[in-house]
Design a protein around this ligand. Sequence first.
Ligand code: HGY
Ligand code: MN
Ligand code: MN
Length: 415
Amino acid sequence: MSPNAAQLLARRLDELALVTDEPARITRTFLSPAMHRANALVAGWMNEVGLKTRIDSVGNLIGRLEASSPRALAKPKTLLLGSHLDTVRDAGRFDGPLGVLLPIVALAELRRRGIALPFAVEVLGFSEEEGVRFSSAYLGSKGYSGQLRASDLKHRDAKNLSVREALATNAKPFALPKPAHRQSNLLGYIEVHIEQGPVLENEKLAVGVVSAIAGQTRGRLTFRGKAGHAGTTPMALRRDALAGAAELVLFAESLARKTPPLVATVGTLTVSPGAPNVIPGEVTLSLDVRHPRDAARRTALARLFAHAKKIASARQLTCDWQATQDNGAVACSAPLTALLAQSVRAVQSRSLALVSGAGHDAVVMSALTPVAMLFVRCRDGLSHHPDEFASPRDLDVALRVAVDFLERLAQQNPA
Ligand code: HGY
Ligand code: MN
Ligand code: MN
């Protein structure tokens, strides 16, 4: 491994982190100006290793390297490697970009060693995984894999612009894309990602493999009561939507605390009319509910909705639910994960398999092709935070695993 490969990767992650829509913090949301600049910067690094780049109709950055051997060119199987380039608000610099930039440096290493791959490779920088702008995640990988539906295009952002309107260019209205590849042409999808949790750190391991990705449901719950004067409306006569929502927030927390590994999060509260001396008439809260087992997640959702109804009737409120995302739990490909685990053992001697509580593009890509994920330790398990950190030493281990994996896969699929 060239000694400065991990430093190069770390430097590029730092450079990409400066590309943001919000000064002094990392925020890149779907189709934003910063996303276009990020695509241009990463495309330059892709071109340096011979990847031919393009941007698809959903804003995904795709870098393709053809197979080397003449026979393979007849029917080029393709290996997909990637992750997302969009971020949450005030994000860290690893969540997403690590899985796009690491494969580029790994390909540079193979090139340095004079190793040509007997299959094509596509490095993918998905345009939208976090679901920040439209509250609906995975629009990028759904587009690439032909799973984007008309219902996905209806979600609206804070400026009331729909996904369809955001995707339409002055050239032509947006048409739902077909899958970028036929399943039979693909070897699989590999995503390298920080763990975003504490397990690898506790186990003193730099990397691990992922056995499964938890299912998740996201949506918006709106309580409606009656706005009124904060000074003259007696407490007993109020229909306070925020007080009702607050009860639900605490119920969600206590339900999840009592039934691990369920997790439930209210990340946003929108209060209207939103004045200190007005009783809130309408409140919309975001709800994010996850569990490795789908049946348990559904049971939890049913309990949350039943309790929301109970709160509403006790407070003479109404409550409505609008789902914006619903993904079942996904098992990673056993053969691909076993091969990845061999590479992990070759580099760090022990390979641990973890369940991912975070969602990833691999969830969506699993409908198109078998998926495997490599997790990289992150300090304190912290993510979705500017202090997110993976050490150059751990980046070096992850790079070694990625290069070893590509070489093993090449031996498995000789030209
Ligand atoms: O929210 C998630 O699970 C991921 O970071 N998009
Ligand atoms: Mn994330
Ligand atoms: Mn991510």
